[in-house]
Each structure stands twice: as C-alpha cells, then as structure tokens.
Design a protein around this ligand. Structure first.
Ligand code: ADP
Ligand code: MG
Length: 779
C-alpha cells in the first residue's frame, strides 16, 4: 500500500541501504536495539523510516491485520536529528518519496510543527524529544525511535541515548505484565562512522550487545590536495580556490565548507557578483524563477523573530562580521590542474555558477534548493556549514573545498566558561567532508590548510560534546529535562562521578536545584535557558533590578571570555616582593643587564598599575567592577585597537566580550519579551545604588567562592588586625577551609584587605592565589 513515483523508486534502488533492507528488518524484529553504520548518502535517514513504515510499524490497526502480526505496534516512528535543517528537509523528502502529506510524515522543531493525529513518521530535533519525555517518559506515542547522526556525539544525542536505554527496559517490563496496554519499544541508532564502541561496549547502557549492521556504500576515490601554506583568511582563500576550479576544471558540483552564516553569505555575494547565475541564453521565465528563488533566502522562516532555538542562536549570532578584501594574487601557488589530463582542462572566465548557501537559520524552502539540479549549463556551488558534513547529502558534488574549521562549543576549564569558537575540526571530520566529493564518481578535495597543520593540530576525532562543556552546565540541562539522578545516569561516555556530585552541590548553592530533593527549581529552569555557565546565568537573572541588567551582561561577558588584561604585566606571584629583589641585587649574583631589564619591567609595571587605577573608577573594592569599567570605556572609545594598546588589553579578548554582550542582550530580549533592553555603546557608569546591587549580584553568583580573613575568624567576627595591604594576609576559603592569599594583580592587594571577599578565580601556584576579587562589604 505504498505508492511511490517511478523515478523515486528507481533512485532509491540505487541506495546501498536499500540492498540491506532484509538484513536490517530482520535485526529490528529480533532485537530491541540495532545500530546501523553507513557512509553519508547511503540512504539511512530517508530509507530506514520507510522500511519500518512499509513493514507495518505505526499502522493504526497493526494488531488486527494478519500480515502485521509480528509488528503489533501502532505508535509513531520517531526520528531524531541534531539539526533543524536536516529535521525539516528530511521530513519533506520522506513525505515526497512515500507520496504522503506533511500531516502523515511530519516534522517538529522548537517553534514549528506539522504534526497531526494522522502522523505516522515524525522527524524532530533531539531537543524536542527530550522535552517531550518530561511529559511522557515512556514515549507511549512511539513504536520505534531512530536516533540519527549518533557519531556527532552531541550532548542531546548522548543524553537521549542514555534515557532511551532506560525507557526500553521499562517498556519491556511493563509489556511483559500487560501486552495489550503497553508494547515494547524499538530503538535504532544510526551513525555515519564505524566508531560506535561507546554504545556497544558500554554494559551500563545496553547490557546485551546490540547488533551492528554495516552498510557498504560505494565510495569513489577522492584525491586530497593540501595547501602549501595555511592562510589566515579562509574565506578569501576559498574564493580563490572556487574561481580556479570553476574556470579550469571539468563539470561537477562544488561543495564548500565554511564555519557560519555570515561567512557564507559574504562568499555567496562575492561569487554571485563575479559569475552570472544563468547562461546568456536564459529565457525570461528562467530569470524570473531564479530571482524568486534567491528572494527566498532573505525571507524569514516560520520561526517567530527572536524565538529561534537557543542553540542555533548561539551558533549563528556572535559571529565575526567578515569584511574580506578578496585579494586575487595567489600566494599559495598550487597547480589546480594536478590530477587532470591536459585535454580535460579549460580556461573559461565567465561560465555561469549556481551559488547556493546552506546553514541552519536559512528558511526551509531556500535550503531545499541544494537538492534540485542546477539550471541547464550551469555549475552547482553550495557554500555550507558542517551541516553538509553528514546530515544532508547534496547530489552531484565532485569538488570539495574545506576550510578545515568549524564553530564549536568550547569550555575553559579554568574559568568554567563556555563559548562558541571557530577552531580546526578533527581529522575524522575532514575525512567526512572529503568523502562528499566521491559519491557519484572520483572526486577532488581541496584543503585550505597545509598537511603539517592537519597532522599536528587536528585532533584525531572530535571530543564528545559532553566533555567540552562545564559539567554543571550539563547537569543543569539534565535537571531541566527532569533527569534527577545524574550521578547514576547511563552516559555513553560518563564524566567522573565526583565531578557530577560537585556540580550538583554548586547548583544547590546557586539555588538552581532544591537542596533537599535535588529537583530543578523555577529559578534553575530560567537559568538553563542561557548558554553560559549556571553561576553567570544566575547573575543575569537576579541582575534585573534598578536597571542593572546591561551592567550585569557586560560583567558576565567579560568573566566568560576571561581576563582581558595582558598577563605579562601582572606581578610574578612567586616573587611579588620588591624587598627580595633588592636583597638579591645586593648579593650581586645578577648581571647588570638583568638589572636593567628589571628596571624596565618595573617601569612598565608602574604604567600598568596606573592604568589599572584609572579603571577602578567609583568603586575600588572589586576587580570585577574594574572589568566593567574597562568594558564600558572600551566601547565608549569606539572599540579601537589603540585603546587596547594604551590600556594593556588583549584586542581579541575585548572583541569577544563585545560579541558575547551582543549575543546575551539578544537572548535576554527574546526570552524575556517584557524586558526592554538594547546595547548602549555609551553606557553611563553605574550610580551608587546600582554599584551596591552589582556587588550583591556578584556575591550571589560566587556564593561558593567566599574567603574570610583568618584574623577576623580568630576574633569571632571582630575587627581583627589593621593591615596596610594584603601582602601575606591569610584568608580561609569558606567551604574547603584551605589557606589562600590575595593575588598581587588584584586591586585589593594594595589596600586594607576586606574581612570577606568572593573570588572568581582560584589560582593554585606555590600558594593558593585569589584572583578577580570583590569585597563583600562596601567601604
Ligand atoms: P544518509 O542518511 O545515509 O546520509 P540520506 O538518506 O540522507 O543518506 O540520503 C540518501 C540520498 O537521497 C542521497 O543521495 C541524497 O542526495 C538524496 N536526497 C536526500 N534528500 C533529498 C532531497 N530533498 N531531494 C533529492 N534528493 C535527496
Ligand atoms: Mg543521514
């Protein structure tokens, strides 16, 4: 009762997965968990849901039809995807292949869905399914769950696999009690690589080793060409490479990997300027069609403004605005004709090029254009993010141009801060990208970096996202999904137990989870909306009084990026003592050169300190408020490099702080529409009331990082000793009772040290040093 069009039928018979249909269905019938591995483009995402559908899963009457008796489960076939692009476009493709409507083969992403009571196959992001499970843990609406792109090891996918492993067990037990009421669930995990040991060899996850089916895709050889040099500007380099391929090399589509939306739009614009999209003999009708299609790109998607998935938002905002000068003089003098016969090479300057962008925020209709054959007589050129690495397959690609980078969630172990950064991908990812050129025939991959960079700077495999995030962020996300027992959770690659326990404790201190039952609080739920570490999220939420929010956003951004001051000028903590220096000079064991060097350093330090004092501003009791002043002054001065030079600041850090400020401001205004907030470049310094609130906000955010002066403790909270400065003054850490000292780089060092302070960094050198401090009591 499946009615496919003949051309669809013909195309799917060529897919390697279809050849394995019997094997796959046999395995699914006999096992509750099955793992399918197959090269990108082998047909996993589009075909496996159809196999299940055809075999009768999801049939409303599956229990009463004879030939469906082995299936006996009318629940939907659920398919999860890590990305929205793939969720929507794959649902549409499968609906087309089955000749069904989007009411039957539906999609659901955070703010858009076509699901109906007729839905049989449902594509959704893994985030959507996780949220759904907080209402219906047993997934009673589903007969099968297909978890796709498991090789990506996204946080959500990993957590989903863990939860689903438990649901499987529960459903199996319950159905043994009463099969009429509840039916067992089937789970299929699909991966584009063979690296699935974390799922198969993890007995806590799946006690019975699930069968792994390898789909052998026909893969043609792909010649890899490395750049001799690694250019800084990968967008400009990609442009050069594309022009060479297009003008010199034989027919075949070009697929280009860049890191994000802005880069992609910029390159599309430049290429469209250079090459016509249609051949000269194009009819008026074709021209109108092309213009209409291009207009789709700027159309807003069905996503309401400002309500995009937080994750996507974080990925797409806060991105460098690339202003490239497309320098055509090639400094990497490669021979583009390498690997081709002379008679294959051409030299055509203005052949038409059909340039299309592909990234997650692009409206669906515009995304789907990459699957259509390009207009007669033109060459297809798709400029994509790593969504084209494994999630979608673009037909007819013969050349891949890979910048070697991607935007990833990063986590700074020292500051506990997560950011989205552009960095090298892994060797495995680069291999996947290259493989895109060998689907329909032999292909070529041009890597815009040298083989030395590839060998020395690329990780072998990408680290699972769970190990790239601060653990308290992971735990908070899980609590927000109502997964309370995080310590015993069956992670595919579990983080250390004690880290999980520590994270729970911190979330308790911050008020994100109840300290009695460990459930998430309302407050914690709001915190989980922000892509920053929970303590900073807390500061953002409580910072909404007295118009303090813009300041809190600036503070959180600065703390997230990390200390922007150039470290060299900080006093060396092992010898913060000028007396010692004098002494050693008297000992005469240093040469006069090093004395001169020391004198020079002393001068620089003096200049450094006077610049620090300038930023101390109205409140000399907090390094964090000093940071706030610096951020404000930098913006006021027009965010120039000169300002950074004059003030001992790292320009890159200041630029990142700026971007994060913009991103957080956008997030706040989209999540809390009642708050009217915008980024004011001329933000006035905080007034006295605001300063007080800010100090309270900081204290609340660092409530687990309190240090008290030892002598004050000794007098039972009395006045204690009178100190001129913080040198050698002993502090006691409130929760661990360790001894610590104010770091000489702190502005609290050179004044009477406060009785109590909160620190935002603990530096463990020979001694414990407290950095980036705020006095708890105002002076
Ligand atoms: P896998 O999940 O194994 O990577 P897919 O099922 O996504 O493979 O793709 C199988 C084939 O279907 C590919 O050759 C791809 O080009 C084709 N395909 C997928 N979506 C579309 C679409 N919207 N239009 C045309 N062809 C498509
Ligand atoms: Mg797929």
């Amino acid at each position: 009762n499946v009615n496919r069009k003949p051309e669809i039928q013909e195309a799917r018979l060529k897919l390697p997965v279809v050849a394995e249909e019997q094997v796959i269905m046999e395995a699914i019938r006999n096992n509750t968990v099955v793992i399918i591995c197959g090269e990108t483009g082998s047909g996993k995402t589009t075909q496996v849901p159809q196999f299940l559908y055809e075999a009768g899963w999801s049939h409303p009457d599956s229990a009463n039809i004879d030939y469906l008796v082995n299936v006996d489960n009318p629940g939907m076939i659920g398919v999860t995807q890590p990305r929205r692009v793939a969720t929507v476009s794959m649902a549409k493709r499968v609906a087309d292949e089955l000749n069904l409507s989007d009411k039957e083969v539906s999609h659901q992403i955070r703010y858009d869905a076509t699901v109906s009571n007729k839905t049989r196959i449902k594509f959704m992001t893994d985030g959507v399914l996780l949220r759904e499970m907080s209402q219906d843990l047993l997934l009673t609406k589903y007969s099968t769950i297909i978890i796709d792109e498991a090789h990506e090891r996204n946080l959500n996918t990993d957590i989903l696999i863990g939860v689903v492993s438990r649901v499987l067990k529960l459903r199996a037990e319950l159905s043994r009690e009463d099969r009429q009421k509840i039916k067992p669930l089937r789970v299929i995990i699909m991966s584009a690589t063979l690296r699935v040991a974390d799922f198969t060899e993890n007995k806590t996850l799946f006690p019975i080793v699930p069968p792994v089916i390898n789909v052998n895709a026909r893969q043609f050889p792909v010649a890899i060409h490395f750049n001799k040099k690694t250019p800084l500007d990968h967008v400009g380099e990609a442009y050069k490479k594309i022009t060479k391929i297009h003008e010199r090399l034989p027919n075949g589509g070009i697929l280009v990997f860049l890191t994000g939306q802005n880069e992609i739009n910029q390159l599309c614009k430049e290429l469209r300027k250079r090459y016509p999209a249609l051949p000269p003999k194009a009819t008026k009708k074709e021209i109108v069609k092309e213009e209409k299609a291009n207009a789709l790109e700027s159309k807003t998607d069905s996503t309401p403004a400002g309500k995009a998935d937080i994750e996507d938002e974080a990925l797409e905002l806060g991105e460098n605005q690339v202003e490239e000068d497309f320098d055509l003089s090639s400094d990497d003098d490669d021979d583009i004709g390498e690997g081709f016969d002379d008679d294959e090479l051409a030299d055509v300057k203005d052949a038409p090029l059909h340039v299309l962008p592909l990234y997650s925020m692009l409206p669906t209709e515009a995304q789907l254009r990459v699957f259509e054959p390009p207009p007669e007589g033109t060459r297809l050129c798709v400029i994509a993010t790593n969504v084209a690495e494994t999630s979608v397959t673009i037909p007819g690609v013969r050349y891949v141009v890979d910048c070697g980078k991607s935007k990833e969630r990063k986590y700074d172990v020292e500051t506990g801060v997560q950011t989205f950064e552009i960095d090298w991908t892994s060797q495995a990812s680069a291999g996947q990208r290259a493989g895109r050129a060998g689907r329909t025939g032999p292909g070529h991959c041009y890597r815009l970096f040298s083989s030395a960079v590839f060998d020395n700077e690329f990780e072998k495999f990408s680290t699972p996202e769970i190990h790239r995030m601060p653990i308290e962020g992971v735990v908070l996300s899980m609590k927000a999904m109502n997964i309370d027992n995080v310590v015993n959770f069956p992670f595919p690659t579990p983080p250390p137990r004690e880290n999980l326990m520590k994270a729970e404790k911190l979330l308790g201190y911050l008020g994100a989870i109840s300290t009695t039952n460990r459930h998430i609080t309302e407050f914690g739920r709001t915190m989980s909306l922000f892509p920053i570490t929970p303590r900073f999220a807390k500061m953002l939420i409580i910072g909404q009084q007295h118009g303090c929010l813009p300041y809190v956003i600036a503070i959180v951004s600065a703390l997230s990026v990390g200390d922007p001051f150039i470290q060299d000028y900080h006093l060396d903590e092992d010898q913060p003592d000028t007396d010692d220096e004098l002494e050693s000079r008297e000992l005469g064991n240093i040469t006069s050169e090093s004395v001169a060097e020391k004198e020079r350093r002393k001068l620089v330090r003096k200049k450094y300190y006077s610049s620090q004092m300038k930023h101390v501003g109205l409140d000399p009791s907090s390094d964090i408020l000093k940071l706030l002043n610096v951020v404000g002054a930098y913006e006021y001065a027009g965010a120039t490099t000169k300002f950074c030079e004059d003030n001992f600041l790292r320009p890159k850090a200041m630029e990142e702080i700026r971007k994060l400020r913009r991103q957080l401001t956008n997030l706040v205004s989209s999540n809390f529409p009642e708050i009217d907030i915008c980024l004011d470049p001329k933000m006035p310094p905080p007034n006295a009331v605001q300063l007080k609130v800010l100090r309270q906000v900081i204290t609340a955010g660092f409530i687990d990082s309190v240090a008290i002066r030892q002598d004050v403790l000794d007098t039972g909270g009395g006045k204690g000793v009178r100190y001129k400065n913080a040198k050698n003054v002993v502090y006691r850490l409130l929760w661990t009772e360790e001894e610590a000292f104010i770091h000489p780089g702190s502005i609290l060092y050179s004044q009477e040290p406060p009785a109590m302070l909160v620190y935002s960094e603990l530096y463990k050198g020979g001694k414990n040093w407290l950095k980036c401090n705020t006095a708890v009591e105002a002076k």
